[in-house]
Design a protein around this ligand. Structure first.
Ligand SMILES: C[S@@+](CC[C@H](N)C(=O)[O-])C[C@H]1O[C@@H](n2cnc3c(N)ncnc32)[C@H](O)[C@@H]1O
Ligand SMILES: [Zn+2]
Length: 359
């Protein structure tokens, strides 16, 4: 039974007792660490609502309701909060009442069923593990010009630790690499784009981030004319285990060093951020000054400056493979800039850079 009353964002929340380890079997799930993700989501929805009017939103895996309640209160979007677990829906009702939120309602259904029976302008999918099971229903439900937000915590299969699990869930083979985090996020993004395209909807990424143990992707839904330009940006990513080089684009089977590449694809190689949108999210975070706003701003600033070239180079890995002499990251960046290359740091990894120079 709920034992704690806490504050998050502008709401007060009854939560189950906070434990050091959060397990699936806990009666109602609440993870205080995900406040970071929820803050960014509140600002992302606010930024989106500045460009597109929406009238309905759905937090289809709501648990305590913290996300949906925050969208209702802080973004003023009428929300449906859904969970299959009756203890969760009881707690959500209590939390709605306690916060006097007139624009939030509760349903207790299988999320896929709820999404098949209703349409929404904004859908947030924040599951245990993989979102793959819910995406078909979300693709049917989401409005044109709507916003879809997806979390995945099954980062190990996506990032190459369990390639066959990744193939089974997402239809794409992953592999172990020094750029594992971006590979995982791009495989998830590819799966979202392809699922939406089956329903004649284009999913255009607005903001994507890999943070600790999860991936989070926001995208706007556009008309089917925008699908072909997305698919044009599909291609392969190849990696040579022997010399450490990677390459993207058309499929090549052998590396410069004559060793065979391992590869994945076709996957989406285009931009994963809309920089104007990222700036707008960043400004909203600066305005709201959430308790962790400095860390959130740091992430958004790095993403804002991150160049679009797919797949980062981990400098420590390149040095180990003798493809580069290890120096301070800023020094390497300024040297590459002087030589006319595009280059930036990346939020995916503190010891990595993105550049259009091929090693
Ligand atoms: C990771 S938790 C959600 C966390 C929440 N969004 C937050 O920010 O705190 C996932 C929730 O999905 C619910 N759930 C799992 N499968 C479901 C399904 N098929 N339909 C509806 N709810 C489901 C679980 O009961 C659980 O409360
Ligand atoms: Zn090689």
């Amino acid at each position: 039974m709920p034992a704690k009353r806490i504050k998050e964002g502008k709401i007060e929340l009854f939560t189950p007792p906070i434990k050091k380890t959060v397990r699936k079997s806990d009666t109602v799930f609440y993870n205080p660490e995900m406040e970071f993700s929820r803050d960014i989501s509140v600002s992302a929805l606010t930024a989106f609502l500045k460009t597109q009017k929406l009238t309905t939103g759905c937090d289809c895996l709501a648990a305590t309701g913290v996300r949906g309640l925050r969208y209702g209160k802080e973004c003023k979007l009428p929300m449906t909060l859904n969970d299959l677990n009756p203890s969760a829906t009881r707690l959500i009702k209590k939390n709605i009442k306690h916060n006097k939120l007139k624009n939030c309602k509760v349903t207790k259904k299988d999320a896929s069923l709820l999404l098949r029976e209703n349409t929404f302008g904004f859908i947030d999918i924040d599951p245990f593990g993989s979102p793959a099971n819910f995406l078909d229903s979300a693709a049917r439900s989401i409005w044109h010009k709507g916003l879809l937000a997806v979390t995945a915590t099954d980062t190990a299969p996506l990032s190459g630790t369990y390639p066959s699990k990744c193939l089974r869930r997402y239809g794409i083979k992953s592999f172990k690499s020094p750029f594992y985090s971006e590979l995982g996020l791009r495989i998830l993004l590819t799966y979202i784009i392809l699922t939406l395209s089956r329903y004649d909807k284009a999913f255009t990424p607005l903001l994507s981030h890999a943070t600790r143990h999860y991936f989070r992707i926001f995208g706007k839904i556009q008309h089917q004319g925008k699908i072909a330009p997305l698919l044009k940006q599909f291609g392969y990513v190849m990696f040579c285990k022997k010399c450490g080089r990677h390459s993207t684009g058309k499929l090549k089977l052998t590396c410069k060093c004559k060793n065979n590449f391992i590869y994945s694809g076709p996957i989406y190689l285009g931009p994963i951020q809309d920089k104007k949108f990222v700036t707008s999210v960043k400004k909203d975070i600066a305005k709201r000054k959430f308790p962790k706003w400095e860390q959130e701003m740091k992430l958004l600033k790095t993403i804002e400056k991150e160049i679009d070239t797919p797949f980062y180079y981990d400098l420590h890995f390149l040095a180990k493979k003798k493809l580069l002499k290890l120096q301070k990251t800023d020094k390497i960046i300024s040297k590459l800039k002087k030589r006319g290359f595009h280059v930036s740091r990346t939020h995916f990894c503190p010891t990595a850079i993105k550049t259009n120079k091929e090693y």
